[in-house]
Design a protein around this ligand. Structure first.
Ligand SMILES: [Zn+2]
Length: 1014
């Protein structure tokens, strides 16, 4: 199956498999606890079919994989269709027509005649108004497959396999041409799209063709005809452009869902109910299944059999954000305390008491919904049943009626059976030359004085019990005694960084309340103490080791906040060399750039996880620092990585401080172990997130905050029943910021069906793309990036071809037919393939790409959605009265207007784009300067002016910022000036610098689908 391509095929010999996190499926053992009686694993799942692979290879002929670059695993990812529709069954249309479609189907009648370079779009056909239940769009007209004229692909070329030249040749686009060639085509009406043709004229193509001819297989033929870079633009005579409104629109999908389900109460009483989109405003009422804010599934109706799952290629995965914030207008989580007895659990599978347990025997026993084991009800928990067999106290007990709740854990659930100590925060500041010189050290110290007053605390508690400690370092480490009884802080220096030890126990981790004055004095003194430093070398691994030792000595878990500037080159364990080599971009070895250094760091991660030590990293580099390695510690400990390139206090200071405040104040748990249990017939096989795994089932997270999500993939090991459905229980055992050991339980019931149509109807595209992003980003450290991108294309085509073949009404093969629930999947997929991590480009540093990869790994669904489809909003014509955000427009430069101003955000960055003819009134109102030319692009915030426009715009920006997990940096972008190029890369429907446009990608996917169907 597809996922195996990413899992088994990719995990050989990689760093991540050495860590255990990404390759836990070496054995398909049962849940660790209760082996007897659990349905036996079919042998097919037990036998690794290739060395180093724990996963079976699906039977397949490899007929869709002709690329010699593939390894065996990916070649066999996709079984061929079992039957081929006869021409009579799928008559070609004689002209534009409305395809008949099932009620749930979006049909995109995409006639492909215009697919030849230059020809495309010449016959733009208006889409007829669809009937209520189906949409059919006539966009392009196409001759039958054989008539497609690939301009540069030889006729003998293999079927298009991969991402092809558009992606494969990124590196060959001459960098020289870039600055001049990226003005961005003006609006289509002007017809100046031709301007771009200089970049990829016929000569260029020939050159590329030649350049790729020697490659093992299929890169150029990958996109016959339609896919050389700029193909759409290179045609000779000016052409009518295809109406972009005629292809599925994410903004439209978002708007429609908001209109249909926005503002409503979503009750979770129904199994297999597809929730509103992540972008829709809705209120959740927990009635037995976890909120979609906590658990979101790729599919709400699982296929009953492994064969069906294999056939459709749709990943079965759930993204879980175990500590997700609950909005103020929803019911807070209930806590259940069973006293000394502890939570009630199934004797066999250890699932926790939940609404899926069936009480029998008058209430004396219950049958487990997960493993069917019949258990005795403990005497203290006995209750009578009503006439329908439900306990009469069902609605008084959260664990019998709700999808999510918490148990207070007993000492059994604690290390050494002792209740934990409250967690600690250790602030570790790099005081080497660059951090002192930039003013960062002073900024951090000043900020901490106020910030420490706002440490997170247990709900309802008066003050925080989190203890704090301080370390400064360059080549050596300085620990501080800040005991409340001291008049002044004391410094202790450890210069032997090879054997890190803690020079003091008493007075290192203290209560801020008690030691406020000593700490304040320390924070005042640190910037001055190192003001004259000339030391530019730093250590890094020993710093983390020191944090681990401190937490270990204090017998508590906690978090390190490390403020670090440079690659740690000083002689010490874990020192790093600059291994950045851009020559590796777009080569087989590109993946090595993202593989963390092993050895010291591997052990460090393990030590951190064992000690419940979460590492948050704030980086302030002026050059390469090896984020892939340094960030790996955060990635394995539930931490976050922030990076501020060429940090300048006056420009980046506020952004950094907002990040720091959010990071310190956000709800977080420590020393966490998560288990995902399922009903019989399927099981969790893989886990993606900022986590660590020592075995196949326990997801360990040294820390887990309210934004961290784990995406869990499931596989069948038996048949699933439509009656009982597929039940999932996620249990997170963690230590709260108040030092309480707790169990947070989330339950989700999904439907099962033997009808593929049901499955496709219940898909959740945003979650699917979250899964694809995470699996691709994991795969990219073990596989050539090109292969990873090819797999994404292939899997997209396979899912859609399967739908086409088994679920859609017969129609011409030239029609592109998309399931309604997945109609924008190709758009997201194209955006993912162009994303920073997956695309080597001269503009992006290796570190930025590594950071992107690390960050996405622990993202929830709303974050990947925003990242892969940024929100673009016109702000020059806002409704001043309305209190809603301005309606978004499609993320394409065609939506920009020279007289306009637009806000774009993707959850990480915010841009305010100004057209050259932006009205002076707008400029005056927002910036308090007379015209466009007076606006400084170096601003990182807009001034607070006392006029309605300024107030409205700031409110909009603040609202967006509140919705997102991180503080967002604001960039002012003036059309055709600095940053315009950067900005345009966020317009994901366009070609961008190194990818293909949405339209071209859709055409390519369509061609792939046709290949699969014929
Ligand atoms: Zn059970």
């Amino acid at each position: 199956m597809s996922q195996q391509g990413f899992v088994a095929g990719f995990s050989q010999g990689g760093y991540s498999s050495a860590y255990g996190a990404s390759n836990p499926q070496t054995h398909y053992g049962h849940f660790a606890v209760p082996p007897q009686g659990v349905a036996p694993t079919p042998a097919t799942f037990k036998t690794p079919t290739s060395p180093g692979s724990g996963m079976p290879l699906p039977p397949g002929t490899g007929q869709f994989m002709t690329n010699g670059l593939h390894n065996g695993t990916s070649e066999q990812r996709f079984p061929p269709p079992t039957s081929v529709p006869s021409p009579s069954a799928y008559p070609l249309p004689t002209g534009p027509r409305l395809a008949a479609a099932p009620a749930s189907t979006q049909q995109l009648t995409n006639q492909m005649g215009g697919m030849q370079i230059g020809g495309y779009g010449q016959s733009l056909l208006q889409a007829p108004q669809p009937p209520m239940s189906s949409v059919a769009l006539q966009t392009m007209s196409s001759p039958p497959l054989g008539h497609v004229q690939p301009l540069q692909a030889p006729p003998t070329c293999p079927p298009p396999m991969g991402v092809g030249p558009a992606m494969g040749t990124m590196g060959t686009v001459p960098p020289m041409g870039m600055p001049g060639s990226f003005p961005g085509p003006p609006p289509p009406s002007s017809g100046t799209l031709q301007q771009l043709s200089g970049l990829c004229g016929p000569q260029e193509l020939l050159h590329q063709q030649g350049g790729y001819g020697g490659q093992p297989a299929g890169s150029l033929p990958g996109f016959p005809g339609a896919f050389p870079p700029g193909a759409a633009q290179m045609a000779g005579p000016p052409q009518k452009k295809l109406d972009p409104d005629s292809i599925p629109s994410t903004t439209q999908v978002i708007e429609d869902d908001q209109a249909k389900r926005g503002g409503q109460i979503y009750t979770t009483n129904l199994r297999g109910q597809v929730p509103p989109l992540v972008t829709t405003d809705f209120v959740v009422q927990d009635q037995g299944n976890a909120s979609p804010r906590v658990m979101r599934s790729t599919v709400y109706s699982f296929p009953c059999t492994a064969d069906l799952a294999k056939q459709c290629q749709v990943p079965l995965a759930v993204t879980i954000k175990p500590l997700a914030l609950i909005p103020k207008n929803e019911t807070p989580l209930y806590t259940v305390d069973h006293g000394e007895a502890g939570p009630i659990r199934c004797n066999r599978c250890k699932a926790y008491m939940c609404p899926y347990m069936h009480f029998i025997d008058g209430g004396r026993r219950y049958q487990c919904g997960f493993c069917s084991c019949v258990n005795e009800v403990p005497t203290f928990y006995f209750q009578h049943l009503d006439h329908v067999g439900r306990r009469v106290d069902a609605y008084q007990r959260p664990e019998l009626s709700l999808g999510s709740y918490e148990f207070i854990a007993t000492p059994e659930y604690c290390k050494d059976k002792k209740p934990p100590n409250p967690p600690a925060f250790i602030f570790m500041i790099d005081v080497s030359y660059s951090n002192i010189k930039s003013g960062l050290v002073r900024l951090v110290c000043n900020e901490l004085k106020g910030l420490l007053e706002r440490l997170p605390r247990e709900e309802g508690a008066e003050s925080s019990v989190v203890r704090v400690g301080f370390v400064t370092y360059n080549k050596i480490l300085h620990f501080y005694n800040v005991k409340s009884t001291l008049a002044q802080p004391q410094m202790m220096v450890v210069s032997d960084v090879a054997e890190m030890f803690l020079p003091l126990l008493d007075g290192f981790l203290v209560s801020f309340q008690e030691s406020r004055s000593v700490i304040s004095s320390l924070l005042d003194q640190i910037p001055d103490m190192f003001a004259d430093t000339g030391e530019s070398e730093t250590v890094f691994a020993p710093v983390i080791q020191a944090g681990v030792e401190a937490l270990r000595a204090a017998e508590c878990s906690g978090k390190l906040f490390i403020f670090h500037s440079s690659i740690p080159t000083a002689e010490a364990p874990g020192n790093l060399k600059n291994r950045d080599d851009r020559k590796l971009f777009n080569t087989e070895k590109e993946k090595t750039l993202f593989q963390p250094q092993k050895g010291v760091y591997e052990q460090l991660c393990k030590d951190c996880v064992t000690s419940g030590c979460c590492v948050d990293l704030f980086l302030f580099p002026s050059q390469y620092v090896d984020v892939a390695t340094m960030g790996s510690v955060s990635m394995h400990t539930g931490g976050s990585v922030y990076k501020y390139n060429n940090f300048q206090v006056d420009i980046d200071g506020e952004h950094f401080l907002r990040d720091l405040r959010r990071d310190v104040e956000k709800p977080v748990g420590f020393d966490a172990i998560m288990r995902v249990r399922t009903s019989t017939g399927f099981r969790a096989t893989d886990f993606y997130g900022a986590l660590h795994m020592n075995n196949t089932t326990d997801v360990e997270m040294a820390g887990v905050d309210c934004h961290k999500a784990v995406t869990v993939e499931f596989k069948h090991d038996d048949k699933l029943s439509e009656d009982t459905g597929a039940l999932i229980q996620c249990a997170l055992l963690y230590t709260s910021v108040g030092g309480q050991r707790r169990l947070r339980i989330h339950n989700l019931g999904l439907n099962c069906s033997s009808q593929l149509a049901e499955l496709f109807k219940s898909c959740e595209t945003d979650t699917l793309i979250n899964f694809f992003a995470k699996s691709a980003y994991r795969a990219m450290v073990n596989q050539p990036l090109k292969t990873v991108r090819e797999i994404l294309v292939n899997q997209t085509a396979h899912m859609l071809a399967c739908y086409r073949k088994h679920c859609a009404s017969p129609s011409a093969v030239s029609q592109l037919i998309l399931p309604d629930a997945m109609k924008v999947l190709p758009l997201y997929m194209n955006s993912l393939m162009k994303s920073a991590a997956l695309v080597g480009s001269p503009e992006l540093s290796t570190d930025d790409r590594a950071l992107h990869r690390i960050t996405v790994t622990s993202m929830g669904v709303e974050e990947t959605q925003a990242l892969l489809y940024p929100r673009l909003m016109p702000v020059y014509s806002m409704d001043m009265v309305s209190d809603t955000l301005p309606p978004a427009v499609r993320c394409s430069e065609e939506r920009l207007s020279d007289s306009g101003a637009f806000l774009l955000e993707d959850g990480r960055r915010m841009f305010l784009w100004l057209g050259q003819s932006c009205s002076p009134e707008f400029i005056q109102g927002v910036f308090n300067v007379p015209s466009f030319t007076h606006v400084s692009p170096d601003m990182t915030s807009i001034p607070e002016l006392d006029n309605p426009l300024s107030k409205k715009l700031r409110t909009v920006m603040e609202r967006i910022s509140q919705q997102r997990a991180q503080a967002m940096k604001l960039l002012i972008v003036k059309h055709k000036e600095k940053s315009d190029m950067l900005f345009r890369q966020y317009l994901v429907e366009d070609k961008g610098l190194h990818g293909v446009s949405y339209m071209d990608f859709l055409c390519h996917v369509h061609r792939e689908i046709r290949q699969l169907l014929t």
